[in-house]
Write a protein that binds this ligand. Structure first.
Ligand code: ATP
Length: 320
């Protein structure tokens, strides 16, 4: 494989730039030509590309976001859009594409593969909801950001003897809420993977901790669980503790990537580029038990990932 493209797609995640850097440097050092594709599949359909060299990716390893920009494209979800993108790849002489994104982007890569274009997928999403991989690029940074933000909220919650209901991202996955919840000592963590009994898991737990002398509370809610503001109202009514809601929102997506995300992104970018050069097959890169592995895209998309029951049990036992 002599010429490849690289794009970022779906929600951006800290560490995407470190992955782009690794792809570009690995490609150039292995005598390949590499094009940066702007705005994900949207840019690919429209031929919005530029040739990258070793210096195109200077000074980006520490920055959040993505220098290639990201987009969500409805047109690409249709067969005609995928055909347009495949035709553009042939016109530009792209033998393969490295796709950095989440599972929606991998579905796009699978469709593009069926049009004859090789795609190498790298998991880049803060949600960690890629079943085949233990970790995704951006997850560690987002957890650290959430922890820092909640530490700040906690200061004021403590000063006023309040309860804070804090909503974190994760769509239908509770990984961000679970691990950051352990890290901040949340009294209750509500995640979509476990059906919660609001009375027992929140109200009763708070009453027990009040009896033991606790006066401030952090209740962590993953966005897929329900309306955090409504929950705050119910908590105040049922416990008498003044309760406020904080929705962390897009602050969770930004910021300089952690060491762990920079290293993971560098490893995955390097591995993906070597693999696409050597195999010319469409695959998803994953991290399993500390090792990099790869799967067929269909296989990766069919996998399911269970939430860590031990982590949930631990949170329940010690955050009381
Ligand atoms: P994140 O979960 O972090 O937001 P993602 O990659 O899952 O990342 P999506 O918005 O679901 O984000 O997908 C990104 C893009 O991939 C979509 O805008 C669309 O162009 C393409 N895509 C998503 N699903 C499909 C599909 N089923 N078939 C073809 N293309 C798809």
């Amino acid at each position: 494989m002599k010429t490849i493209g690289v794009l970022t797609s779906g929600g951006d995640a800290p560490g995407m730039n470190a992955a782009i850097r690794a792809v570009v440097r690995t490609a150039v050092e292995n005598d390949m030509t590499v094009y940066g594709i702007r705005n994900g599949f949207e840019g690919l359909m429209n031929g919005d590309v530029y040739e990258m060299n070793l210096r195109s990716v200077s000074n980006i390893i520490q920055s959040g976001g993505t220098i290639l920009k990201s987009a969500r494209s409805q047109e690409f979800k249709m067969d005609s859009g995928q055909q347009k993108a495949a035709d553009m790849c042939r016109r530009l002489g792209l033998d393969g594409i490295v796709v950095i994104g989440g599972d929606g982007s991998f579905r796009g890569a699978k469709d593009l593969t069926s049009k004859g274009i090789t795609c190498m997928c790298i998991p880049g999403t803060i949600d960690n909801d890629i079943a085949c991989s233990d970790d995704t690029i951006g997850f560690d940074t987002a957890m650290n950001t959430i922890m820092q933000m909640i530490d700040r909220v906690r200061d004021t919650t403590e000063s006023h003897s309040r309860c804070s209901v804090i909503e974190v991202m994760g769509r239908s996955a509770g990984y961000l809420a679970l691990y950051s919840g352990i890290a901040v000592g949340a009294t209750s963590i509500l995640i979509p993977e476990f059906e919660c009994d609001f009375e027992i898991d929140v109200v009763e737990r708070m009453r027990r901790t009040i009896e033991s002398g606790k006066r401030h509370f952090v209740i962590l809610v993953a966005e897929g669980v329900g309306d955090a503001t409504e929950m705050a109202k119910q908590i105040e009514e049922k416990t008498g503790v003044e309760t406020r809601t904080t929705i962390l929102g897009h602050v969770q997506r930004g910021g300089s990537p952690t060491v762990r995300d920079r290293v993971l992104a560098s490893q995955m970018g390097n591995y993906a580029t070597r693999l696409i050069r050597d195999t010319r097959e469409s695959r998803v890169i994953a991290c399993k038990d500390g090792n990099l592995v790869n799967y067929k895209i269909e296989e990766a998309l069919a996998m399911t990932k269970n939430i860590d029951l031990d982590a949930y049990r631990l949170a329940h036992e010690i955050s009381i």
